[in-house]
Design a protein around this ligand. Structure first.
Ligand SMILES: Nc1ncnc2c1ncn2[C@@H]1O[C@H](COP(=O)(O)OP(=O)(O)O)[C@@H](O)[C@H]1O
Ligand SMILES: [Mg+2]
Length: 356
């Protein structure tokens, strides 16, 4: 079976601003109907990537393709309005002097009132056609921006940090709704975020970007479970990192000795997710809980071992015996990742083993 042609393809795209290499190079393929999260720290080039795809910036090198059509690179140049790309800007960029219906109709040809009604219904704004942006809540304004992007039925929709202007209580419900609307519309979309929880919970596919390039793409659970780079491990979810050394296929780490079959002698970096660390009360232990963040459904606690090593553990349910000051024993239950030069060197190992 041949894989269908991607709806969007960026290949070797570079973008410089003076001495800054904003995209260095950027490669990405997007399949039809996919909602892809582009996750990366502030300043890594996410907005630049969207602007190059949309046609607001010219790449310094490389190619951008929308379906079978090259839109940038070499001698090709297709202007933004002809690329079949819809954009939802970070600040939504609604026209303040136009009502909802006319904001959405912008970019549609004449006689497309039906389509305005259709997309307003999709984003649950029917009845608010004649309100002006300042008469709407933040969540409603955002849905107008989404409706305006969806109206011409573009091949791809790009959303730049679409939830950053919403307060925290609104954000979770709005993002679920935006995902629902995009899925119902069968849209192919990229949304940019620096919030890993948002990326993991909303995306079909997750692309992690560091310093101008995509370093890993995959389903959220794959990227989380098998990070191909320590930077990805640190950006996606919480991670404990420990420095160790391998001697005769044993990794000696602050968490104890671990089998490291096939690994040559030398320094090693070990990563363990907090949910793979188990803590039990042990009054004779020199390790102590020093911090706890309570989230209701779970909590993240930090223990300090006798040698000063810090270990974060996720605890499910109420654990009154484990509070700040409690002496504990830590064990590792699966998910030990070994890295060298930032790259994984062994598949994650899984047995339960004592730490100290
Ligand atoms: N128009 C511009 N002129 C000069 N530098 C820019 C411009 N746009 C972006 N940059 C720089 O490019 C880098 C990437 O920026 P940006 O794409 O906005 O990152 P992000 O959206 O991931 O925060 C940053 O160092 C930023 O300062
Ligand atoms: Mg940005």
């Amino acid at each position: 079976m041949s894989t269908p042609e991607p709806v969007l393809r960026c290949s070797g795209v570079k973008k410089r601003f003076g001495a800054t290499r904003a995209l260095d190079p950027f490669d990405l393929e997007l399949r039809r109907g996919t909602l892809l999260a582009l996750l990366g720290p502030s300043g890594c080039g996410k907005t630049t990537a969207l602007r190059v795809i949309a046609g607001f910036e010219r790449p310094s090198a490389g190619e951008v393709w929308v379906g079978p059509r090259q839109v940038a690179g070499g001698a090709s140049w297709v202007p933004p309005e002809k690329r079949s790309i819809g954009m939802v800007f970070q600040d939504w960029a609604l026209f303040p002097h136009l009502d909802v219906a006319r904001n959405v109709a912008f970019g549609l040809g004449r006689g497309r009132e039906e389509r305005v009604d259709e997309v307003l219904s999709m984003v649950h704004l029917t009845g608010l056609e004649h309100r002006f942006p300042h008469e709407l809540s933040g969540g409603q304004q955002q849905r107008v921006a989404l409706a305006r992007a969806l109206a011409p039925s573009p091949e791809v929709i790009l959303l730049d940090e679409p939830f950053s202007n919403l307060d925290a209580t609104l954000r979770a419900s709005v993002r679920a709704e935006v995902r629902h609307v995009l899925k119902e519309a069968g849209a192919t979309a990229i949304f940019v975020t620096h919030d890993q929880e948002e990326a993991l919970s909303m995306a079909d596919e997750l692309a992690v970007m560091v310093a101008g390039r995509v370093v890993q793409v995959g389903a959220p659970h794959e990227v989380y479970g098998m990070p191909t780079d320590t930077r990805v491990a640190a950006l996606v979810g919480e991670a404990n990192f420990f420095k160790g050394v391998v001697r005769e296929q044993i990794a000696i780490t602050p968490l104890g000795d671990m089998p490291a079959p096939g690994l040559s002698d030398g320094p090693i970096e070990v990563m363990v997710r907090p949910e793979s660390v188990r803590l039990a009360r042990a009054d004779d232990s020199p390790a102590t809980i020093v911090e706890a963040e309570f989230y209701g459904h779970d909590q993240l606690v930090r223990a300090v071992l006798a040698d000063g090593t810090s270990v974060e553990a996720r605890l499910l349910g109420p654990r009154p015996e484990l509070s700040i000051g409690s002496a504990v024993r830590a064990t590792i239950a699966g998910g030990v990742h070994f890295f060298r030069d930032g790259r994984p060197v062994l598949a994650p190992a899984g047995e339960r083993r004592p730490v100290h």
